[in-house]
Design a protein around this ligand. Structure first.
Ligand code: NI
Length: 199
């Protein structure tokens, strides 16, 4: 089995049961998008794609012990025969990806994985994931009551998602983000029209 197929099954076993929008297919979309951007940005394609597949393995939202998860991930990569320097490059690419940490990754491969993860948070997929995540936390779609409004899924667009297009690291991702952003604006406009029975 080649490295990417082995990584794919490892990720599948870990995330197949997730219902919060961080499932196996999120990892696949981020990996494929990252791989595509890597080719256009002259980055190391295997490192970028592997980091895309594995970027949420140690995410605080998804594991109680990120340290353990990282160790296990590295042992897995070593086990399938990925050499030390490649493993190190993958680890570096992943470490600053998360939005909540607010960091910009140091390597081009890390920047690309962060871009791919952010692209998957916007557009049609981003809309679907936002409501799936909100639902998994018992949050309302939208609300007009203060105290409840702030937690509603619609608020998440204004707090985070509409800001992402200006946070892309690479030129390729900036272009890709444009269309996804416009689609979200269209969606929000229509959502609020229907919410207010104003059409
Ligand atoms: Ni992610």
């Amino acid at each position: 089995m080649d490295h990417i197929s082995a990584i794919q099954s490892y990720v599948y076993n870990k995330f197949a049961k997730d219902g919060s929008g961080h499932d196996y297919y999120h990892m696949r979309r981020v990996a494929l998008l990252a791989g595509r951007i890597a080719k256009l940005e002259d980055a190391e394609v295997f490192v970028t794609e592997a980091a895309g597949w594995l970027h949420d393995v140690d995410d605080r939202k998804l594991t109680d012990s990120p340290e353990e998860a990282r160790k296990e991930r590295d042992e897995f990569l070593e086990g399938i025969g990925v050499d030390y320097s490649t493993r190190k490059a993958i680890g570096v690419a992943i470490q600053d990806v998360s939005f909540s940490k607010g960091n910009t990754p140091i390597t081009i491969e890390g920047k690309i994985v962060q871009d791919a993860d952010r692209l998957d948070a916007i557009g049609a997929i981003g809309i679907a994931r936002t409501f799936a995540y909100g639902g998994s936390k018992g949050r309302p779609l939208h609300s007009e009551l203060s105290g409840e409004k702030e937690l509603a899924s619609i608020q998440h667009f204004y707090d985070k998602l509409l800001l992402l297009k200006d946070k892309m690291n690479t030129e390729t991702a900036k272009m890709m983000a444009e269309e996804r952003h416009n689609f979200m604006e269209l969606f929000l406009h229509r959502f609020l029209q229907e919410w207010n029975i104003d059409y």
